[in-house]
Each structure stands twice: as C-alpha cells, then as structure tokens.
Design a protein around this ligand. Structure first.
Ligand SMILES: *Cc1c(COP(=O)(O)O)cnc(C)c1O
Length: 399
C-alpha cells in the first residue's frame, strides 16, 4: 500500500478531514505570520544549519539507538532497541521542538516566549531554550501540577522563567493550554507561544512534527548502520503525540514497517479513568484543531486520568487521527498498573529508569516482541528519563 503523506498538511492545514484552524479572529494574523516564517525557515539552509548545530553541541544529538540485550533475552522473542531521547539535555524529546520554535521566534523578530506545561517537561525545555537564546519566558502550569512536579518548577525558576499558576477547571494541562492561548491573544505582537506537542491550530502540528522528525530520521540512518535494514516494528507512547509523530513521520512511506502508538489506559476504560483519546474518543474540536477528543454526549471535554502526567490529555494531534483513519498506524493503550511494571522491569534489567510515559511504550514493546521471531527488530522511542517520576513511583510501589 503506497501512501503519500509527504505533502500534508494541505494549504488549509488539513490532514484528510482532520486539523485546520478553529481560533478567534485575533489569532489568525499570528498563525499566518508563523506559517510564512516557518516555510521560509524550512527552506533556508542557514536556519537548518543553526538548528542542527544546537541539536549536536547542546542537546547531544544524535541520540543513541541502543540494543536492550537483557530485556530482549528476558522476553525471548524479537530484538528490542531503544531510541534514547532520555539522554538529551533536559531528559526528554521536548527540547528538540522548544529549541526549533525559539529559533523561529527570533526569526520573526519577537522578543518573548510563553508555553504551557503538564508534568513540567515542556516547561523546562522552553525555559532552557529561553535561557540559551535570551528570550524571557513565562510558563502556564495548573496549580495541581505545580504541587505534583516540584522539581521541574524549581528547574524553570532557576533558569529565570516565570511560572504562572492556573487555577481554572481541573488545574491541569488542558487548563494551562487554555490560559496560554488566552495570554497569547493579548500579547501576540511581541510574543511567540511555543506549543509543546503536535496539537493546536495549523501550523503548530506541522511545525512540531517537523522539529521532532529528527528522531525518526536518525533512527532510519542508525538502523541501516547498525543492522543493515529497517526495523519491523516501531513503537511510541502518545499523549499529544509529538514523540510518536517525530518518530513515525519519516517511516510513513516505508509501508513494510509497522507503527504502533500507545495511549494511557489509566485505571479502566470508563470515562474519566483513562486518556485513550484515539481508542475511546470521537472527532471534535479542542484547542483550535479538529481531531479525536474525549467528550461527553453534549461535546463537553471529559476529565482524564493517567498515572503519567505527560499522557494525561483529552485530545491528540490531528495527524494521528488521520493515520488512524487511513490505518497506517495502529493505536492501543496500556494501563497504570502495567506501566508501573514496565518501569520496574526496564529499571532492573537495563539499568535505565524510564519516564512513566515511556513505560507505557515499554509494555507494548515487550508484548509485541514476545509474539515475534528472534530475527525481527522492534524499536521503541524512549521518550524520556524517569527522575521526575521517582517520588510518585516510590509512593505507588511502596519502594
Ligand atoms: C511530554 C512527554 C510525553 C508525551 O507527549 P507527546 O507529545 O505525546 O510526546 C511522552 N514522554 C515524555 C518523556 C514526555 O515528557
């Protein structure tokens, strides 16, 4: 099956019927300006060179493609590899996008950046990019998340970022996105909003995917170098969907490679107990884009739950909705309890503490590898390290 998605989104920001721009009039100019600036930057070798240089010197790219030997032996099936985004500076894939968008901010002549954050990883990445590129930064964060993620709040403040508590709604990520968008409308002349995943109105899903595609591009090159062919299966966890989009996008034309996205199954499949948007959601509009959304019969966004704060989002990137619809990517979910077991297994066998988000991907990777012959290879996008989650995991596992 040959699928051509190279030219998506279309000029209206659509991936098939998904995507687009559902925003107030006041933001249309900023989104047009951003689209024009980005398309120019994309074809400007100087911009690309600067981005690659910071990725290499500062972030530490390319990240390793690591053969997880003990985990592979334990499972007894296909060979398991980790694409080590946890080894990036600041400990996750988020920095790739934050640096890219901070460079765009400078290119547009804007002087300030704002961002939203849930677990704090995107807030830390934006604060880092702000410090590096001398852009004053404000981060919107639900007061409930501020309480749960003390360490990341400290890291942001230490880098000179102002952390703004959001007291509305559930006081978590979706409320922080609402507040950041509202703030952006009021300050759009001199401020760029660095959105943290492949969500929001066009051109954000395209921009974030492109900056994160360094993950998949490196994985393809490293696969040929290290084992002379492409992997059979590629797995990534899906919150908003940025690490998965960056990993999957370069693989889309290789129809022989199976792609699997893993959402948060939470405590059960009852509404409010999980964050499996693509499995249990319906098409709808959230945060300026048409995609799958967890919602009730009246179209009100549902509450969400996951043990992992980074997967705890009631929407998902529109390109994932498209990939689901054309059946190029299979989406599944892994629950809280299994994710905690995945964390423990990877820590003990490999000496690598995964983020709880990543632990969801580990569980599905193990399930897939167990069913496949030894000569096949499964690559997991190892999205981040687990330090930020240690206090929470210790509480839950009574360690
Ligand atoms: C934020 C985060 C995620 C989820 O976000 P995506 O946009 O779906 O990638 C996954 N893993 C880690 C380590 C994160 O920090």
């Amino acid at each position: 099956m040959a699928i051509l998605t190279e030219n998506l989104p279309d000029s209206r920001g659509r991936f098939g019927r998904f995507g687009g721009r559902f925003v107030p009039e006041t933001l249309m100019f900023a989104l047009e300006q951003l689209t024009a600036a980005y398309l120019e930057a994309k074809s400007d070798p100087t911009f690309q060179k600067e981005f690659r240089q910071i990725m290499a010197d500062y972030v530490g790219r390319p990240s390793r493609l690591y053969y997880a030997k003990r985990l592979t032996e334990h499972v007894g099936g296909a060979q398991i590899y980790f694409k080590r985004e946890d080894l990036n500076h600041t400990g996750a894939h988020k920095i790739n996008n934050a640096i890219g968008q901070a460079l765009l901010t400078k290119r547009m002549g804007k002087t300030n950046i704002i961002a939203e954050t849930g677990a704090g990883q995107h807030g830390v990445a934006s604060a880092t990019a702000g410090a590096l590129l001398n852009l004053p930064c404000r981060v919107y964060m639900g007061s409930e998340d501020i309480r749960r993620q003390e360490l990341n709040v400290f890291r942001m403040k230490a880098m000179g970022t102002q952390v703004v508590p959001v007291e509305s709604g559930s006081k978590t990520l979706r409320d922080a996105v609402n507040e950041a968008m509202r703030e952006w409308m009021a300050t759009v002349e001199n401020t760029h909003y660095i959105i943290g995943s492949v969500i929001g109105p066009h051109p954000f899903p395209m921009i974030v995917r492109d900056f994160q595609s360094v993950i998949g591009e490196e994985t393809i090159a490293q696969s040929f170098e290290q084992f002379g062919t492409l992997p059979n299966v590629v797995v990534a966890c899906v919150g908003g969907g940025s690490n998965a989009a960056g990993m999957f996008y370069p693989f889309i034309p290789y129809s022989e490679v199976e792609l699997v996205g893993v959402e948060a199954g939470g405590r059960s499949c009852e509404s409010g107990e999980h964050a499996s948007t693509l499995s249990y959601g319906q098409p709808g509009v959230l945060h300026g884009t048409f995609s799958y959304v967890l919602q009730d019969h009246d179209g009100q966004t549902s509450p969400v739950h996951s043990v992992s704060a980074g997967l705890d989002y009631p929407g998902v990137g529109p390109e994932h909705a498209y990939w689901k619809e054309i059946q190029r990517v299979r989406y599944t979910s892994v629950g809280d309890r299994d994710a905690l077991e995945g964390f423990a297994l990877c820590s003990r066998l490999e000496g690598i503490l995964p983020a709880l988000e990543t632990a969801h991907g580990i569980v599905e990777t193990v399930r897939i590898a167990a069913k496949r012959p030894k000569h096949e290879r499964v690559v997991l996008c190892f999205s981040g390290r687990g330090d930020k989650d240690c206090a929470e995991i210790a509480r839950l596992l009574k360690l």
